[in-house]
Design a protein. Structure first.
Lengths: 169, 465
């Protein structure tokens, strides 16, 4: 457990070089532009802060991080997303979240359940390293059982190798 | 035993039809054309792709409709025991035909012997039709509603009886009598252990790829008597029959988390096997049914544990920092083959059942996943991953890699009770539709098992007593 946390953080540090794995074409925020939840101006009548809907709106896609085939390390892009998630979780100090680990379809079922658990925990450990109390985070692996992209191609598989942070109501 | 099934191997004298004791009138088999060597026909048992070297695979086996002593109503068939006799022979014929065993000819293209002929076959007629072996039988309805089914195997050339069997079954279990007869014929002619009278547990899949409903289901070895067990509200995975068929271990995401459950077939009750805050999955029974092997994911590290089914403390068998998952006992229960990525990617390992002496056995490149020990002990079936997922076998020392399939995604092999057939599931590219397939240990006779909906994670139970 601790070893994994260290591994995850170490991997992050080592993985600052550009990575080509990201499937969703999402531009990172411009330097200096604050995108944290505190600054997000929400229209009146929007989702209630501290809810999953609000979290998703604020994260704008960064509630999900993606992994390379068979990998579970947190790279710089993941780290940026997780920092935003941590910021949110620290701002709304009473919310609990679960992190779902997922895999693509190109593996055996049981191994993928274990691999999804690794991915979810890599994300969890990173959030904990940023100060989010561990007792507010749970993990669950769905292995290859819940794909979001339905093709049998590299682009779809890349979207399915993911860890999704979900606010528990 | 899961059902009130009265099984009796009747004494030879008892099994013989009573009429046979008297002078049987040799008559009247209004001979339709029997496929002989001179007249091959599409539906007469000459179409099997049997290329096994074994001579027995080429045997011409005739299976005419079973006779009945008298037409009687039975809950097993709305048209009575005569119609049931035809169905019995059809089940036996399909068992042998679908498994490419022998060259069977079924009752729909054969004359129907009378009751008195069952113990005194018209050998001359059968010889003339090119039959080398003959399966005849009868069905009688007893006063209590029970059915008595007799099954006789004859060597036509010698004009001799080879073996016989008799069973008393409840009407609902009539197909089991037919499977028992097919097992008797198969075992006697091939020298192999029987396997037809057995059941398969699997996961029935419906719905689109991103909203797949997965229900625990069971069926007979030929796909008949299909039954759903769970209602589909929670995803269920990887069922395994207990060795005595009384229970099924499986994974359910009931209440949102992956946990192991035991389903009691008789009572219908389901109970949690291990109380744990961690994900538990990949259940496997020990051969004696007393222990279940399973995997626990804890903080990103997965290890293999065992626990007494009757209750008791789990025992941790592996402690590598990598993923150790799955597992399958050797038939003597002394060893376990499992998979681990401790070397960097999925490979197969063997350890003693107490967790000692863990050593890698797969060194042939690619990944080795879902290893499953043959009930004969001499082979391990597994999923070999090199891009595509294929079913393969190897020896317990990891030598003799041999592929049984070559498709886009075949995984999770399990064995027939006699270790002769490997069963697995295939996933279709794109749609993700799943289906259950079987393939002979030789790699021949690959066939899809009929299921009403999509199907995955097949697991064969043992031969029923």
């Amino acid at each position: 457990m601790n070893r994994l946390a260290i591994t995850a953080v170490a991997a992050t540090v080592l993985a600052l070089a550009a990575c080509s794995k990201k499937p969703p074409a999402q531009l990172p925020p411009a330097p200096g532009q604050a995108v944290g939840p505190a600054q997000s101006a929400l229209p009146p009548g929007g989702p209630t802060p501290g809810t999953e809907a609000h979290f998703q709106q604020v994260m704008n896609g960064r509630d999900v991080i993606y992994f390379d085939t068979d990998k579970y390390d947190i790279d710089s892009e993941d780290a940026a997303a997780l920092r935003q998630q941590a910021q949110y979780l620290l701002q709304y100090g009473s919310v609990h979240a679960t992190i779902e680990g997922h895999c693509d379809e190109r593996g055996t079922r049981e191994y993928n359940l274990a691999l999804g658990d690794r991915r979810a925990n890599a994300a969890k450990n990173y959030l904990v390293s940023l100060g989010v109390p561990a007792d507010r985070l749970t993990t669950i692996s769905y292995g290859k059982e819940r794909p979001v992209a339905l093709g049998s191609d590299e682009a779809s598989w890349a979207k399915n190798r993911r860890a999704v942070t979900v606010i528990l109501q | 035993m899961t059902k009130p099934f009265i099984f009796a191997l009747l004494l030879a004298g008892v099994a013989a039809p009573v009429v046979a004791q008297q002078a049987p009138p040799p008559q009247a088999t209004a001979p339709a054309r029997m496929p002989g060597a001179d007249q091959p026909d599409a539906d007469v048992g000459l179409t099997g792709r049997v290329t096994d070297e074994s001579a027995w695979e080429d045997l011409q086996v005739a299976i005419p409709a079973f006779a009945t002593d008298r037409e009687a109503p039975t809950p097993a068939n709305s048209n009575g025991t005569g119609a049931l006799g035809l169905e019995l022979a059809r089940v036996i014929y399909n068992d042998l035909k679908n498994n490419a065993l022998f060259k069977p000819t079924g009752p729909d293209s054969l004359p129907r012997p009378g009751y008195s002929e069952i113990t005194a076959p018209a050998f001359g007629t059968w010889r003339g039709r090119g039959a080398e072996d003959l399966v005849q039988g009868y069905v009688r309805a007893g006063a209590n509603g029970q059915l008595t089914v007799g099954c006789y195997l004859y060597d036509v050339a010698l004009g001799q009886e080879l073996t016989r069997g008799g069973w008393v079954v409840a009407p609902a279990d009539w197909r089991r009598a037919a499977h028992k007869c097919a097992d008797l014929v198969y075992s006697r002619l091939s020298g192999e252990s029987p396997f037809f009278d057995s059941k398969i547990a699997y996961i029935a899949e419906t719905g689109p790829k991103n909203h797949r409903v997965k229900r625990l289901a069971v069926m007979d070895s030929d796909g008949a008597n299909h039954r759903f067990i769970t209602n589909g509200q929670a995803t269920t995975l990887t069922p395994r029959y207990s060795p005595d068929y009384s229970r099924i271990a499986y994974v359910s995401f009931l209440n949102g988390y992956s946990r192991l459950y035991i389903y009691d077939i008789r009572s219908g009750a389901q109970k949690l096997l291990v109380s744990s805050s961690n994900a538990t999955f990949a259940p496997r029974w020990s051969p004696d049914g007393r222990t279940i092997l399973y995997s626990v994911a804890n903080g990103g590290n997965t290890d293999v544990y065992s626990v007494p089914v009757a209750g008791g403390s789990p025992r941790r068998l592996t402690d590598s920092p990598g993923i150790d998952v799955g597992g399958s006992f050797s038939p003597d229960g002394r060893q376990i083959v499992f998979e681990s990525d401790r070397s960097g990617n999925q490979q197969c390992y063997v350890m003693n059942s107490d967790g000692s002496n863990q050593h890698r056995i797969s060194f042939f490149g690619g990944r080795c996943a879902t290893p499953e020990w043959s009930p004969r002990g001499d082979l391990i079936a597994f999923t070999h991953i090199v891009g595509d997922l294929r079913i393969a076998v190897m020896t317990p020392s990891g030598s003799g890699l041999r592929y049984l399939t070559n498709d886009w995604q075949d995984e999770a092999p399990t064995w027939s009770p006699n270790g002769r057939i490997v069963q697995f599931f295939r996933t279709a590219k794109g749609s993700g539709q799943t289906s259950i397939w079987q393939v002979d240990l030789t790699g021949r006779n690959l066939r899809r098992l009929p299921t009403p909906v999509g199907a995955s994670d097949p697991a064969w139970g043992p031969v029923l007593p």
